[in-house]
Design a protein around this ligand. Structure first.
Ligand SMILES: Cc1ncc(COP(=O)(O)O)c(C=O)c1O
Length: 382
């Protein structure tokens, strides 16, 4: 059975062109980028080219990008690295209650190491209040880590204002932009951001590769030790094939971003409109911010139908959706994001995340909306 995959926020299929761009580096061009011979030089050239391309896509200098094993490592590197480099200045960190676990669990570990962390609350749409951030600032605050786009509800945080505030106080500002890359233009030349995390597998690149942007003035302690790769900021032989794949994915998305944004808005609208027609507008709730959000993530609650029942029934129909971040789906726990948004119990317990990508079609949306309506009516009438 071919499935209808509506879980692009968890991961995306690797595009065939991306696979083609990676293949040579497994066999013919397998050199180690640190080697001085021609095979090494070829690998090094591929990495240079990829770094130039990805840096130009996000508006930074190539030397400001460090390749990592993905979003999780980038977030860990940013938080541990910035905390360690500035421990002499202070030990207070600010983040939010709705971050991905790659930031939340890292923050919790930093607390064990003696740092103090403030977890900012959010409003019912998932946005922080700038007043709360202002009030949380302390003379010993060394780092603010706030995500660009939430992976469960798609809500965007006010990056510009947060960054300006951080700059005015000389505080390092880290942004987890894993769900933003490829969906919205990012120009690090203009954004008041010091560290930014990226991951390739959310934009049709391979898994296990990502990058961390490090502004020139931002000091980071490396947290991996070994060789001198990545200007001594991240030891370990570079994953040339994955880096080449990441770059190719960025190239493809770069030339399609506007169309992709239009397509995501259209698919989102189609899904909501069809559900309104089939179920009625009062029969479901859209979670997240109505405007300050990216369209590829659509989180909907169907009160009276538990998340698990909906996901299981959809799965039986060949439709893949999610209950939140991939790491917590499968467990019955209510999402920490929806909890932080202080939604009603009924809304939290019936939330499902649909996320769209390049391969999603209007036909798939139509089929999914019909299946959802059938499932909702069946369960509610039982
Ligand atoms: C917002 C966010 N940050 C970080 C990550 C982790 O990225 P990776 O899977 O590349 O480690 C994810 C993945 O779901 C994410 O959505």
């Amino acid at each position: 059975m071919t499935i209808i995959y509506l879980d692009y926020a968890a991961t995306t299929p690797v595009l065939p062109e991306v696979v083609d761009a990676m293949l040579p580096y497994f066999t013919g061009l397998y050199g180690n980028a640190s080697s001085t011979h021609s095979a090494g030089r070829e690998a090094r050239a591929a990495i240079h080219q990829a770094r130039d391309n990805i840096a130009s896509f996000v508006g930074c200098a190539p030397s400001q990008l460090v390749f990592t094993s993905g979003g999780t490592e980038s977030n860990n590197m940013a938080l541990f690295g910035a905390a360690a480099a500035q421990a002499g200045k202070g030990k207070h960190i600010i983040t939010t209650q709705t971050e991905h676990h790659a930031v939340l669990h890292t923050s919790e570990h930093l607390e064990k190491l003696g740092y103090e962390v403030t977890y900012l609350p959010v409003d019912t749409t998932g946005r922080i209040r700038l007043d709360d951030l202002q009030q949380a600032l302390r003379p010993d605050t060394i780092l603010i880590s706030i995500m660009y786009v939430n992976n469960e509800v798609g809500t965007m945080q006010p990056l510009q204002q947060i960054g300006e505030l951080a700059r005015s106080k000389g505080i390092i500002f880290h942004v987890d932009a894993v769900q933003a890359l490829g969906h919205i233009p990012i120009d690090l030349n203009r954004l008041p951001v010091d560290l930014m995390s990226f991951s390739a597998h959310k934009l049709h690149g391979p898994k296990g590769i990502g990058a961390l942007y490090i502004a020139k003035h931002a000091k980071l302690e490396p947290f991996m030790y070994g060789g001198n790769q990545e200007r001594k900021r991240r030891a370990g032989t570079e994953n040339t094939a994955a880096i080449a794949g990441f770059s190719k994915a960025v190239k493809i998305i770069d030339s399609n971003m506007y169309e992709m944004q239009q397509k995501m808005e259209k698919l989102r609208l189609e899904m909501v409109t069809r559900l309104e027609q089939l179920l009625g507008i009062e029969q479901f709730v859209i979670n997240g911010h109505p405007v300050e959000r990216l369209p590829h993530i659509l989180n909907i609650s169907f009160p009276g139908v538990s998340t698990e029942s909906m996901l299981m029934n959809l799965d039986l129909e060949g439709i893949a959706a999610a209950s939140g971040s991939a790491c917590t789906s499968g467990s019955l726990e209510v999402s920490h994001v929806l909890k932080a948004m202080k939604l009603s119990e009924e809304v939290m317990k019936s939330a499902v995340r649909f996320s769209f990508g390049l391969g999603t079609t209007s036909k798939e949306i139509e089929i999914t909306a019909h299946k959802i309506a059938t499932i909702v009516n069946r369960i509610r009438n039982n």
